[in-house]
Write a protein that binds this ligand. Structure first.
Ligand code: HEM
Length: 405
């Protein structure tokens, strides 16, 4: 048995308190009810580091985000969305474990430190290009002008898409987000249109890469297809997954990280004086306001969570944002400390589904913020309060981030 059982309380997610400050809400839940219930989502919520970490490593806890979005719909609506469901069921992390392992092993050959190093000069060049474009105005929207286009460019390069198609990639990416954010029917329809469009586009590109292979993920997938390791459908579906997995997340880390620096001017000054602290600063950004606030799981067998029995089939949200501020693990957890060492945050997950792009995302964020601070000594916010919009079921993202320099 784990901890002595405190009561399992119910919480209302759709209140002004939660929308205004999900961290304050999660702090309260963590103190009051380590295993909580969210009746509106028919799910449980875990908030303590030890419990979230254990659940992430527990093989009986399967990934579940997508199934939940579609299960709420009527049978006719589910039928209409069958094409997007078919694609998502091939995404690694949403497949059966044997397929998951097969995709992971394939992609691990690509997502190496050498690949990250190869992309570094491109990340630097993209960042400079985007800052040059904003130069004459003396101000920019960091979300729109830098944080989103940069990782889109990187994924485009990774997938082997021609530079001219990057704008299109960003539009697809925006449309796909509601799949992971409890989107409504209209949004899911749009997501489906974009997934289907992107897959058609990738099939066209695949035909070219078969004739003329290059050093990109698509060519690597196609070589594996030729060996009978995966199908073209699987290759194309997993390219869509990579777009989603690597774009929105990295963009939000860059933007959220900059807000943290603005809110802590002393730390910003320290970072300007000692840019070599950037890797530690990036880890602290992931801990304090990482892009992934919650992960969804389904218990495939009866489990014990925070000392309580939970039946098979239960949906469980793991609050990464709460675990990352757990005082049992982090000294002064509410303080943004860019010199924090041994920062064991869960911002990239843990266990079998640990983020494959972690090293790439770290490098992109590091290079981007380093260049931004170096080139813009007068960088300051041009807003009174950050333009947060809530992302469901918990968490937030910046709709814009206006700055002057
Ligand atoms: C700051 C940026 C990023 C954050 C915060 C992030 C976060 C995460 C998290 C929390 C997971 C675990 C999901 C789960 O347990 O259900 C994950 C998985 C994954 N991430 Fe990332 N990610 C980021 C960037 C990237 C990038 C740049 C790529 C690739 C281009 C990427 C590719 C993946 C893939 C393929 C998985 C699935 C791994 C698997 O199922 O084995 N991520 N990411």
């Amino acid at each position: 048995m784990g901890e002595p059982a405190t009561a399992v309380r119910d919480y209302d997610l759709f209140t002004p308190e939660v929308m205004a400050d999900h961290n304050a809400f999660l702090r309260r839940v963590r103190d009051e009810s380590p295993l909580a219930r969210l009746p509106q989502l028919d799910a449980y919520l875990l908030t303590r580091y030890a419990d979230v970490n254990a659940a992430l490593r527990d093989k009986r806890m399967d990934t579940a985000n997508m199934a939940r979005v579609l299960h709420r719909l009527t049978p006719a609506e589910q039928e209409e969305l069958a094409p997007v469901r078919r694609s998502i069921e091939m995404w690694m992390g949403h497949t059966v474990p044997a397929d998951h392992l097969r995709f992971q092993q394939l992609l691990k050959h690509y997502f190496t430190p050498a690949m990250v190093d190869r992309l570094r000069p491109r990340v630097r060049a993209f960042t400079h290009e985007l800052l040059d474009a904003a130069q004459p105005a003396g101000r920019m929207d960091v979300v729109h002008d830098l944080a989103y286009p940069l990782p889109a460019n990187v994924i485009a390069a990774l997938l082997g898409m021609p530079a001219g198609d990057r704008e299109q990639l960003q539009a697809w990416s925006r449309d796909i987000v509601p799949i992971f954010a409890n989107g409504g029917l209209a949004e899911l329809r749009q997501a489906q249109r974009s997934v289907v469009e992107m897959q058609e586009y990738l099939r066209g590109l695949a035909a070219e890469r078969r004739r003329d292979p290059r050093d990109d993920v698509l060519s690597m997938f196609l070589a594996a297809e030729a060996e009978g390791v995966l199908t073209e459908d699987e290759a194309v579906a997993n390219c869509v997954l990579l777009l989603f997995a690597g774009h929105e997340t990295t963009a939000n880390l860059i933007a959220n990280g900059l807000v943290l620096l603005f809110e802590n001017p002393g730390r910003m000054e320290l970072l300007r004086a000692q840019p070599e602290l950037m890797p530690l600063a990036v880890e602290e950004m992931l801990r304090c306001d990482g892009p992934v606030a919650v992960l969804g799981r389904v218990a495939t067998a009866p489990v014990e969570l925070a000392g309580h029995p939970v039946p098979a089939g239960s949906h469980v949200y793991l609050a990464i944002a709460a675990a990352n501020r757990d005082p049992d693990v982090f000294a002064e957890p509410e303080v943004f400390d860019i010199t924090r060492r041994r920062n064991r945050h869960l911002g990239f997950g843990m266990g079998a589904f640990y983020c494959l792009g972690a090293a790439l995302a770290r490098m992109e964020t590091d290079e981007c913020l380093r260049i931004l601070l170096a080139r813009r000594p007068g960088l300051r916010p041009a807003y009174e309060t950050p333009d947060w919009s809530p992302s469901l079921p918990l968490g937030h993202r910046l709709a814009s981030l206006q700055v002057m320099f």
